[in-house]
Write a protein that binds this ligand. Structure first.
Ligand code: NDP
Length: 243
């Protein structure tokens, strides 16, 4: 059975990716940072799809944590065939008022976190001579966004990282792609005021916010055989918001 490790999969997009890939037959390792009452329920839901589910604790911004939970995944489930770097945070503020810690925290979680997990996983994939990595970026990493210099820089960094790594490991039969979601309904966007949400939705050609399922389905495609000739790409899942 192929194994997928998904970071930050306790809720939102990561949780949905875990559920969708379990339905597609993957054994699932869920990385979580904080203990949460719903983790056992999620594990149960995944196991209903007749696959294994392992919960692995760790903060992606901490290299030693990543080294440990990647090892726990390989020992517990036998391999890592798919890695989805999903864990991410925002700390929005205009640059004039942004604290250095808020810039660093976002870069450390989103970009350095992607490095930390991938660096530990790639060793296993190189030995196996196969693998599939999907990094969750954002359309903001392409377009930029006022109030998100930290977040946009982290996501633009993820896109550069994705393309460079794709070139490094293609000869080993490892594909690396990114998904760039637009405006998706999760806790991350729930904090926005209704007026702001309505304003953003007005500029989405398909006329609605995206769902976690929309993003998870794109990830499922990128880790499937159906996309076996696709690497180093950024797939926008944004209802046409940025084109
Ligand atoms: P949520 O805030 O709903 O979930 C984020 C997840 O990341 C949580 O499970 C959280 O765990 C985890 N996480 C945060 N920091 C760490 C860390 N240091 N180590 C491990 N896990 C961590 O966000 P979304 O589901 O909306 O976002 C998922 C991804 O999609 C992110 O990378 C985000 O940037 C990206 N994205 C989202 C968009 C949207 O509109 N929602 C648009 C574009 C991109 P915990 O519960 O411990 O905090």
């Amino acid at each position: 059975m192929a194994v997928a490790l998904i970071t930050g999969a306790t809720r939102g997009i990561g949780k949905q990716i875990a559920l969708t890939l379990s339905k597609a037959g993957f054994d699932i390792a869920i990385n979580y940072r904080k203990e949460n009452d719903e983790l056992a329920t999620l594990k149960g839901e995944i196991e209903e799809n007749k696959v294994k589910c392992l919960l692995v604790q760790g903060d992606v911004s901490n290299f030693e944590d990543c080294e440990r939970f990647v090892k726990e995944t390989v020992e517990g489930l036998g391999s890592i065939d798919v890695l989805v770097n999903n864990a991410g945070i925002t700390k929005d503020m205009l640059l004039m008022r942004m604290k250095k810690e808020d810039f660093e925290q976002v870069i450390d979680t989103n970009l350095v976190g992607t490095f930390n997990v991938t660096k530990n996983v790639i060793t296993y994939m190189m030995k196996a001579r196969k693998g599939n990595i999907v990094n969750i970026a954002s359309v903001v990493g392409i377009s930029g966004n006022a109030g998100q210099t930290n977040y946009a820089a982290s996501k633009a960094g993820i896109i550069g990282f994705t393309k460079s790594l794709a070139k490094e490991v293609a000869s080993r039969n490892i594909r690396v792609n990114a998904v760039a979601p637009g405006f998706i309904q999760t806790n991350m966007t729930d904090v926005l005021k209704d007026e702001i949400k309505a304003e953003i939705a007005k500029n989405i050609p398909l006329g609605r916010m995206g769902t976690a399922e929309d993003v998870a389905n794109a990830v499922k495609f990128l880790v499937s055989e159906e996309s076996s000739y696709i690497t180093g790409q950024v797939l926008q899942v944004d209802g046409g918001m940025l084109m």
